[in-house]
Ligand binder design. Structure first.
Ligand SMILES: Cc1ncc(COP(=O)(O)O)c(C=O)c1O
Length: 370
């Protein structure tokens, strides 16, 4: 049998994938260091909301002594689902673990969306909701947040006629503000699947995860990337109605998350106390950074309950500022969207990182005044 030759391999790729604007990920430290020609240990990496302290020593020990890396992970995630359920206060049947909460976002949109189906996004928002929706062939309906970054519930209600699900982060990335009880109730009242992404919950100290069994249409996403310092291992999970959890368990890649991520998640849960002490240190540093930066009269710091702060410098170009800071070894995040054009997001690092970024911003402010 002869097959018709194709013009090129890309003719085989779905057109909507070719058209997709990719999620813009952050770069690793060694690449950043090489780009500006300084040693990696002199980089202040404040662009990924990562944990500057890394995993707990007990987690590293557990990873080093684990003796079954040659075996596949338990596809039913028995031990892990039970431990995660205990941690958030629900039964194991409500839990699905994955390779970071990114994988849960991807699984959810693939389960829900037929081509052309819509998801509500409330920008400024975490970029993966729009990205994964588009990869799945769905479309995004935007209900932009208000000027104070609270939800525009009227806009959400209008958009909900046409959508299947809504994604909101609490605290929100990149703005740092949490979802209020009233906002959650209003979202749930739309009858859509409401996905509350709690990637930063350990920093805010609040969570609605334990409400999942009482709410028909609530899904909560959590991760070990931030509070437990496991971003590189890809370790996240979702809490959702048990019937939906069953569906995800059947369609997820069978051995995800991998065994190293599983070992690290279990050991982190056992070593919660020192990890939460570090969370306390990061929260205190965030508040110190907020106070210190707020003293610079040319910028505005938005209050944050996460491990980063959004800073607005009216009249500036965030991209230019990001590049100027990068040239000195300080990496922060800039978002190329009209509402955040004069903003940068700074992750909370060490005390020295905070002082360094404060000095650099003060210098920038001084330059602008000249
Ligand atoms: C709101 C939000 N959700 C999810 C993630 C991704 O988490 P994970 O590393 O578990 O995929 C991030 C990462 O920055 C985030 O900010």
């Amino acid at each position: 049998m002869t097959s018709k030759p194709k013009e090129g391999i890309l003719d085989l790729v779905q057109p909507h994938i070719l058209e997709l604007l990719g999620y813009e990920p952050i770069e690793p430290v060694n690449v950043l260091a090489e780009r500006i020609g300084i040693p990696p240990d002199q980089i202040a990496k404040l662009d990924g909301n990562e944990n500057p302290y890394g995993p707990s020593p007990r987690v590293l020990e557990a990873l080093g002594s684990f003796d079954s890396y040659h075996r596949y992970a338990d596809p039913k995630q028995r031990e892990l689902r039970a431990a995660l359920g205990d941690y958030v206060g629900v039964g194991a049947e409500y839990i699905v673990a994955g390779a970071g909460s990114d994988e849960l976002i991807d699984l959810l949109v693939r389960v829900l969306l037929a081509p052309g189906d819509a998801v509500i996004d409330c920008p400024p928002a975490f970029g993966m909701y729009g990205f994964s929706t588009r990869v799945a062939g769905g479309r995004i309906v935007e209900a932009a947040r208000r000027d104070d970054f609270s939800l525009d519930l009227e806009a959400v209600r209008n958009a909900s006629k046409d959508a299947k699900a809504i994604f909101v982060a609490s605290p929100n990335n990149p703005t740092g503000n949490p979802l209020s009880v009233e906002e959650l109730d209003a979202l749930l009242a739309t009858g859509l699947l409401v996905v509350v992404d709690e990637a930063y919950a350990e920093f805010s100290g609040t969570s609605v995860a334990s409400q999942v069994p009482q709410r028909e249409n609530l899904v909560v996403l959590r991760t070990f990337s931030k509070w437990a310092g496991l971003a590189g291992l890809r370790a996240g999970y979702g809490i959702m109605p048990a019937s939906l959890a069953d569906v995800l368990m059947h369609m997820k890649p069978p051995y995800s998350p991998n065994v190293a991520a599983e070992v690290a998640m279990l050991a982190s849960l056992e070593d919660r106390e020192p990890l939460m002490e570090r969370v306390g240190t990061i929260v205190a540093e965030r508040d110190r950074m907020t106070t210190q930066l707020s003293a610079l009269e040319f910028l505005k710091v938005f209050p944050s309950s996460a491990n980063f702060v959004l800073v607005r410098i009216p009249g500036s170009e965030g991209q230019e500022l990001r590049d100027k800071l990068a040239a000195t070894g300080i990496f922060v995040r800039y978002f190329d969207t009209p509402r955040l054009r004069d903003c940068i997001r700074i992750s909370v690092g060490t005390e020295a990182d905070t002082d360094r970024v404060t000095v650099a911003l003060r210098e920038q402010g001084g330059e602008r005044g000249r």
